[in-house]
Design a binder for this molecule. Sequence first.
Ligand code: BES
Ligand code: ZN
Ligand code: ZN
Length: 497
Amino acid sequence: MKIIISNSQKTDSKHLLIPIANNGDDAPLKAVAQLAGIDHADIVQDFKAEAGEVHMLYGNGQRFILLGIGHKTNNTELTRCFRILSHKYHHKLSREITIGLDFGNVPSSISKTTIIEAAVNGLILGSYKIGKYKSQQKENTHPLIKEDTVISIQTDIAQDVAAESVKKGRILAETQMSIFDLVNAPSNKKFPEVLADWAIKSGQAYNYSVKVMDKEEIIATGLHALLAVNQGSPTPPYFIIMEYRHASHRSQALPKVGLVGKGVTFDTGGLSIKPSGNMHMMKSDMGGAAAVFGTMEVAARLQLPVHLIGIVPTTDNSVDAHAVKPSDVIDSYSGKTIEVIDTDAEGRLILADGLAYMVKHYQPDVLIDLATLTGSAVRTFGYHAGALFSNDDKLAQQLHLSGEHTGERVWRLPIWDIYKEDLKSDVADVRNFSGRPLAGAIGAAKFLETFIAGHTQWAHMDIAGVAFNDTDFSMQKSATAFGIRLLIDYFKTLTEQ
Ligand code: BES
Ligand code: ZN
Ligand code: ZN
């Protein structure tokens, strides 16, 4: 698909796609009615411009596709509207569409660059097909994946500015879809090695460095907590290290951000085994790793002015006679010993090694980890926000704001030291769980804090409820690629200072 930008005011395109808000302003719809030679009142009967509402009109030899974008729309909502159109109505889309943005139809609360990025992002995401493992693979007939399809965006803003938004929307969508595939993949097709391969391929394609430690190197390095979680598994762990640095001559001055993602490819719970009801969803327990992967790839493709290090410890959490047992005391990369109270609290164990390794070897200015870490975060925020923890108010504020901008919401919870009491162990330096079903997400954050070696700008995002979620595009819960857009937005605030 080709996307072109045109400043021309000509409205004679055969297929005109027009987003319309329902903010009480009926001028845009009147303009469309006049163009089509239809009575405005007739359109209003059938089309309320609710978010995601689609209405087709024929008139003047043209087809008008009206897309409702609701009111008070944010970035994510907008993207969702275009994605719904693209997903549900793809058989009605042609190979040549003009998107009209100059009918006064984009409310002043939404910038033209925002709507262009959302349109491109949503239209492409709408071509995503989830049924990768169906034996009868139907040809994907979505017009937007065909090479000869041309989308022309008609806008009065500068062409190069619009082109930037097109590029961002497109790159984001491509990486998000690749991440959807990874997170949606079942655990018998998604071993730690598959995650390592994803990173290696991405690094090769987009020119950033990827180093992968295999089990032997992990043993030699002393990543004991990762090894402990892997003990009951037939497949070996990997420790993935990615680095992207913008090629500027002032690279010393680039903000250095360390990202650590939980890469548990399937979480049975181990000997503290999970109930079976929702266990199938635990193929998505690498949602934190997916966010780190996607962010690295997008940053490299957009050549953002940052220095990023991404670390993903990856293993599954399986059970056999060798599996780590409740009461076992394990070592960790930091040197601290850990009493394992619950083998289902495995994510914090592998993150402990990831965080300690990151701080020791890379000393990032800002340290951020993402993980599908606790059921407690899901019980607190449901499926609508991630839990945010930070020892730095400014960092917390910036991540929160990026969450608001992108619709990938996070809300801060405290990490007061009083919660450390719960993690005191009689036999080891720290235990991985208090043994009580209270303040679970906070307890997990406090545990992680033990392994950041006093880093003063650290944030932890517990994305258990939002990485794998209900969508308009799948019957069951599926991958959201949560975190990528949030972090990419956050980098902007870092470089604007
Ligand atoms: N992967 C789970 C957390 C999770 C729950 C993710 C629901 C997505 C949806 C994590 O490893 C886990 O099992 N956490 C336990 C910790 C407890 C045993 C201290 C939990 O939250 O129940
Ligand atoms: Zn678990
Ligand atoms: Zn887990």
